[in-house]
Design a protein around this ligand. Structure first.
Ligand code: NDP
Length: 455
């Protein structure tokens, strides 16, 4: 049971955002864990922190017109949700996907506020994107958009977004379907309009201000977080059998790090299905997956011969015995039934790499079974943390070595782990990283908001 204050704010959010299920889910998940800290700090209620936290500071919605390869004019909807800038400039990724809508971007922006706070770096929270599908050409069924179509789309998107971002205002990054290629096109257009070279985007190519280890950071960070959780039980990843979902940026680098640490990765997946490799993916096979997804831009089914391919299936109910699961694909991809199967088949750790991949009943199942469960806002924060390191390098006009960035990433993931662990213990929920991450992320933002007055 939550307090009267939390219930009142939640009722108001539900009434005003009835059609935004993902946003409501994210808000409920956070607010329902904050009672102990709200009770101990009455100044938060007095300053209406929750009422203000659940409303983005600014939402931009704009037209993105572009011309396809056949000369036809296409129009998409672009967004930027600038959620909270109490502790630093807005920071958060851009997602290009036909499923993009305000509910999804508000949920992602809201999560980002807490995640960025957890990183210990000065970054506010934002998210953006467009309902543009680079994986489906608008004129040829079954074909992807060409590079020049993606470029024209990115240029048009940035021509509007340009007015609302800047290195001290809002620094976007990549997210689903926005990788190095898209960031390059977006950066090129920003630089052209602004007539200045600034670190206004992160995830840039190494030749123009990108940070070493940024592509690896979210997946690696997820695995480092898992190592820290296991260490609390004097255990390691060595020999652990792991299922991963997704085969994109987060999933593939999580797989690579796990294999390098001696774990056995048995699944990766995409929209075509799951590729199960009983004896474990080799580094070579993971590289082939990376090449398939980022260069050839194909489907995992094309590598079916490397193992057993389960068409259209997710990875959670395939293996007979598993130790760890890393959902690294998308929101709500792991439900209560999947969670029950995983617990029954031996899972002791779930490390969310994606944002909100486990449904609320799945999380409840994991927590009840005392599974080491890390919420995405804590365990996937390595990506945005390394984006923060990219911003620092850009400001300093310096580049740090892979070893330097990786060491900082490891340190940040340990700090996030320890903060979440200690916050949970302090408020009577030892081992509950959901509560710990929410409280640790919240306190810093709330204190900054109180100090800055009613704005
Ligand atoms: P990518 O686009 O690189 O990869 C996404 C993966 O998920 C792909 O394998 C994709 O398959 C699969 N996928 C997407 N939708 C579906 C679906 N409906 N059914 C089955 N599979 C699907 O994205 P990222 O790896 O960058 O991001 C993954 C998650 O991690 C997202 O939740 C993102 O918000 C989160 N995240 C990412 C960060 C980053 O640094 N990249 C940072 C923090 C969080 P297919 O190739 O077939 O589309």
């Amino acid at each position: 049971m939550s307090s009267k204050y939390v219930n009142e704010v939640l009722a108001d959010v539900r009434a005003k955002n009835a059609d935004q299920s993902e946003f409501l889910q994210a808000v409920e998940e956070v607010l329902m864990t904050l009672d102990p800290v709200l009770k101990a700090n009455p100044q938060y209620e007095e300053a209406a922190i929750l009422e203000r936290l659940v409303v983005p500071e600014r939402i931009l919605i704009f037209r993105v017109p572009w011309i396809d390869d056949k000369g036809k004019v296409r129009v998409n909807k672009g967004y930027r949700v600038q959620f909270n800038s109490a502790i630093g400039p807005y920071k958060g990724g851009l997602r290009f996907d036909p499923t993009v809508n305000l509910s999804i971007l508000k949920f992602l922006g809201f999560e980002q506020v807490f995640k960025n706070s957890l990183t210990t770096l000065p970054m506010g929270g934002a998210k953006g994107g467009a309902n543009f599908n680079p994986k489906q050409s608008p004129h040829t069924p079954g074909k992807r958009c060409s590079d020049s179509e993606v470029m024209r789309f990115c240029q048009s998107f940035m021509t509007e977004l340009f007015h609302h971002i800047g290195p001290n205002t809002d620094v976007p990054a990549g997210d689903m379907n926005v990788g190095g290629r898209e960031i390059g096109y977006l950066f090129g257009q920003y630089k052209r309009i602004a007539n200045e070279w600034t670190g206004v985007l992160t995830g840039k190519g190494l030749a123009f201000g990108g940070s070493l280890i940024r592509p690896e950071a979210t997946g690696y960070g997820d695995v480092y977080f898992a190592e820290n959780m296991l260490a609390t039980r004097k255990d390691t990843l060595e020999g652990k059998v792991c299922a991963i979902s997704g085969s994109g940026n987060v999933a593939s680098f999580a797989a690579q790090k796990l294999v390098r640490l001696g774990a056995k990765v048995v699944t990766l997946s995409d929209r075509s299905g799951t590729l199960y490799v009983k004896d474990g993916y080799t580094e070579k096979l993971i590289e082939a997956v990376m090449n398939l997804k980022t260069v050839k831009r194909g489907e995992l089914s094309e590598l079916a011969k490397a193992g057993k391919f389960f068409k259209g299936a997710n990875p959670w109910q395939i293996a007979d015995k598993l130790d760890c699961a890393f959902p690294c694909s998308r929101q709500n991809e792991l439900d209560g039934k999947d969670a029950a199967y995983l617990v029954k088949h031996g899972v002791i750790l779930v490390g969310e790499g994606a944002n909100m991949p486990s449904t609320p009943d799945a999380i409840e199942t994991f927590l009840k079974a005392k599974v080491l469960f890390s919420p995405g806002k804590a365990s996937n924060a390595g990506g945005v943390a390394t984006s923060g390191l990219e911003m620092s390098q850009n400001s300093e006009r310096m580049t740090w070595s892979s070893e330097q960035v990786d060491a900082k990433l490891k340190g940040i993931m340990k700090a996030i782990h320890d903060n979440a662990y200690e916050a949970a213990a302090k408020y009577g929920k030892k081992g509950n990283y959901v509560v710990g991450a929410n409280i640790a992320g919240f306190v810093k933002v709330a204190d900054a908001m109180v100090a800055q007055g009613i704005v």
